[in-house]
Design a protein. Structure first.
Length: 172
C-alpha cells in the first residue's frame, strides 16, 4: 500500500501493544483514520498480539506488521538470509500490484562493517548488484538491484547495538 501506512501503524502499535479489547478497538479506529487521512484511501485495520493487518478496501492489498519481532515475514525470499545470530525486532509484508514488498529490522552486536561485508557477499550470490553506497559516521546505506527486486539496506549503531533495516520491493 502506501509508505505512510507503515509510519502511522508504528505510532498506533506503540499505544495498542498490550492493551485490552476496548483499547485495541479504539486504537484500530484511530489507526484507520490516520492511515485514511494520510493516504486518501479507505482501510480496515486489525490489531492483534503486537502486530497488525491492514487491508486497502479499494485494491484489496494487505499489509501485515509484526511489531513484537521474532520472525521473518511470511514469504520472505529464502535467497536473502537473516544475518547470523541476529534478532528480528520488527517485520512487515505488503501485497502490492507489482508483487510482495517486505521490511525487516534486525539487531546484532557485530560491527557495521562486518554486517555490510556479509550482505555484500550474500546478495551478490543471490543475484543482486550494488548500485549505490552512502557511508556516514555511524553507519551505511546501500542500494542493491536484481532483475526483479530493489533492496535498500541501512546499517547503523545505536545504544551499543547494530541495527539493520532492510526493505525489499519489486522493481517491475
Amino acid at each position: 500500500m502506501r509508505i505512510l501506512i507503515y509510519f502511522a501503524l508504528v505510532i498506533v502499535l506503540a499505544f495498542a501493544f498490550g492493551c485490552k479489547k476496548a483499547a485495541e478497538k479504539a486504537s484500530e479506529g484511530l489507526a484507520e483514520k490516520m492511515i485514511e487521512q494520510s493516504s486518501g484511501g479507505k482501510v480496515d485495520v486489525d490489531l492483534k498480539n503486537g502486530g497488525a493487518t491492514i487491508v486497502d478496501k479499494e485494491t484489496g492489498n494487505t499489509t501485515t506488521v509484526d511489531a513484537k519481532g521474532g520472525k521473518m515475514p511470511e514469504g520472505w525470499p529464502k535467497n536473502i538470509t537473516q544475518y547470523p545470530g541476529s534478532k528480528v525486532t520488527q517485520s512487515s509484508a505488503t501485497d502490492t500490484e507489482k508483487g510482495k514488498s517486505f521490511s525487516i529490522i534486525l539487531e546484532t552486536t557485530d560491527a557495521v562493517d562486518k554486517v555490510n561485508e556479509y550482505y555484500a557477499k550474500e546478495l551478490k550470490g543471490a543475484g543482486f548488484k550494488k548500485s549505490t553506497e552512502m557511508t556516514r559516521e555511524d553507519g551505511v546505506t546501500v542500494f542493491y538491484q536484481s532483475d526483479k527486486d530493489i533492496l535498500t539496506m541501512t546499517i547503523f549503531k545505536e545504544n551499543g547495538k547494530t541495527l539493520l533495516s532492510i526493505s525489499l520491493t519489486p522493481s517491475s
